[in-house]
Write a protein that binds this ligand. Structure first.
Ligand code: GLU
Length: 505
């Protein structure tokens, strides 16, 4: 068989916000597609109309746009295999359901939910399968004319997959190896419901993977139990030769490793589990997102990439292009990955450092403006350069840096107690006189002049600097003193000193 072009898909159901685990699944699909020169498809699996949530599809598309995961085809992206929304493919599925019925590989069943419940009460561990199907109301157990009449009368029915017992089913999984089960444990899954004229997830999923020429199915571990059923469906359709390879990704676990990560863990520990803020249209509940919480998309991507995979050395910081080169689906771990959200903030810090000062300034400038400060982007960039190594998030910059733009109104009590000595007012008044005549107010020149003055007069450097800092900053924080005074400029520096001496003396 000729090598097929790699084609993978991310196929969410639009039932709400995209969970961060779904983002990782999409990312791994993206990395895999890119490294094989293949295509990534975006398919919407919306055959369960009861679970449809308005806005979810748009939310998912916007999330990937923000994260920089690009699709080659699919809903909103176009392509030659559409439509890509399953609710628009009804007629296609009908044809394939009929094909299974005609081949005797599926059958029609009329059992109502009440009848099924009654059976479950009657028979312990009831399963609709080869051992029970002849006791039920279906086209295998009932005479043909009765079946035809019920259908003609408009009775609702489902189509069930007729699973033959005694077959060994192999799922050849790229991560988990050969997973083997006996067909006996599977039930005769519902593939189609006449009531809404739509197939169930299982049928639509594999028909679409086949028609869209999907070569690899990379998806969450929770779908592993469905894989044997899918293998049997491929066989029933006669598509075993072009069946995709499977890869079931490890679960994302709670930060302490005990159980599956849930939204409640995020609420409890204070980290987002969604890429973007999500407004639930039904409950009105608002859930935080990585974007709104101040994460850089590159940091989120890098963080997620390493939850379940690593390049085999201790390299942690990787660009998307590097990950495309290094990613290896067969090296993904089988064991669940702890969601170490603290590590997520570390990645954000690293990406703030990696980005240029100009890039971070562009993100921070709106915050500065919001505080009523009118500064040039060059000045903002300068501050970013001095301070960005101290923050995990851009939004933390304001509290740390507002003094660069706004003179202190008050002076921190604790710092006064510790740093403002009896002679501070006098020393700083003298320092003002030293600074006053300087034409060159650069960091280097100030440092040279001031340090010589300190030495000549036998002052303690710490005493002078700490008191001086208090006058310019209002408390004990900030970068190197000459960085601050040079940034403020001579006039502002002297003004702040004058005012503080007035207030504190
Ligand atoms: N629609 C499924 C989901 O929501 C997709 C599973 C698969 O990738 O086959 O996760």
């Amino acid at each position: 068989m000729a090598e097929r072009k790699v084609r993978v898909r991310f196929a969410p159901s639009p039932t709400g916000a995209l969970h961060i685990g779904g983002v990782r699944t999409a990312l791994y699909n993206y990395l895999f597609a890119k490294q094989h020169g293949g295509d990534l498809i975006f398919r919407i699996e919306d055959t369960d109309s009861n679970r449809f949530v308005p806005g979810a599809e748009e939310y998912i598309i916007e999330s990937f746009k923000w994260l920089g995961i690009k699709f080659d085809e699919g809903v909103s992206f176009g392509g030659n295999y559409g439509p890509y929304r399953q609710s628009e493919r009804r007629d296609i599925y009908k044809k394939y359901v009929q094909q299974l019925l005609d081949a005797g590989k599926a059958y029609i069943a009329f059992d109502t939910p009440e009848e099924l419940n009654a059976k479950r009460e009657e028979i312990k561990n009831f399963q609709y399968d080869a051992s029970t199907r002849m006791m039920m109301r279906n086209s295998l157990a009932m005479p043909k004319d009765e079946v035809d009449k019920l259908i003609a009368d408009g009775t609702q029915y489902v189509v069930r997959f007729k699973i033959e017992p005694g077959e060994e089913v192999h799922v050849d999984d790229l991560i988990r190896g050969d997973v083997k089960i006996m067909s006996d444990i599977l039930d005769d899954k519902v593939l189609y419901k006449s009531a809404d004229e739509l197939p169930t997830y299982h049928l639509a999923n594999i028909v679409d993977d086949h028609l869209m020429e999907v070569t690899h199915v990379i998806r969450g571990e929770e779908w592993l139990p469905s894989a044997p059923l899918h293998v049997l469906l491929y066989r029933a359709f006669g598509w075993a030769d072009t069946m995709p390879r499977f890869a079931h990704l490890p679960l994302l676990l709670k930060p302490d490793g005990k159980g599956k990560l849930s939204k409640r863990d995020g609420d409890r520990l204070g980290f987002p589990v969604f890429p973007l803020e999500w407004h639930d249209p039904k409950t009105g509940e608002v859930s935080s997102g990585y974007r709104e919480s101040g994460y850089l998309p590159e940091a989120v991507i890098n963080f997620l990439a390493l939850l379940g995979w690593n390049p085999g050395n201790d390299q942690e910081i990787m660009t998307m292009d590097e990950m495309v080169k290094l990613f290896d689906i067969s090296k993904c771990s089988k064991a669940g990955a702890k969601f170490d959200y603290v590590k997520g903030t570390w990645f954000n810090h690293e990406y703030i450092l990696h980005k240029t000062n100009e890039e971070i300034a562009a993100l921070w400038a709106p915050v500065v403006a919001e505080h009523g400060v009118n500064e040039s982007i060059e000045r903002i960039t300068e501050v970013v350069g001095m301070m960005k190594d101290r923050v995990n998030f851009v939004k933390e910059l304001w509290d740390l840096c507002s003094f660069f733009f706004i003179a202190p109104e008050t002076y921190d009590e604790k710092t006064i107690k510790k740093r403002w000595k009896e002679d501070s007012a006098e020393t700083l008044t003298k320092l003002m006189a030293v600074l006053e005549p300087l034409d060159d107010f650069s960091i280097a020149h100030q440092e040279e002049v001031v340090m010589k003055w300190i030495e000549d007069n036998g002052y303690k450097t710490g005493d002078v600097m700490n008191a001086w800092r208090l006058t310019l900053v209002g408390e004990g924080k900030g970068p190197h003193m000459f960085d601050i005074s040079a940034f403020l400029g001579k006039e502002e520096t002297l003004n702040r000193m004058r005012k503080a001496i007035e207030v504190l003396k």
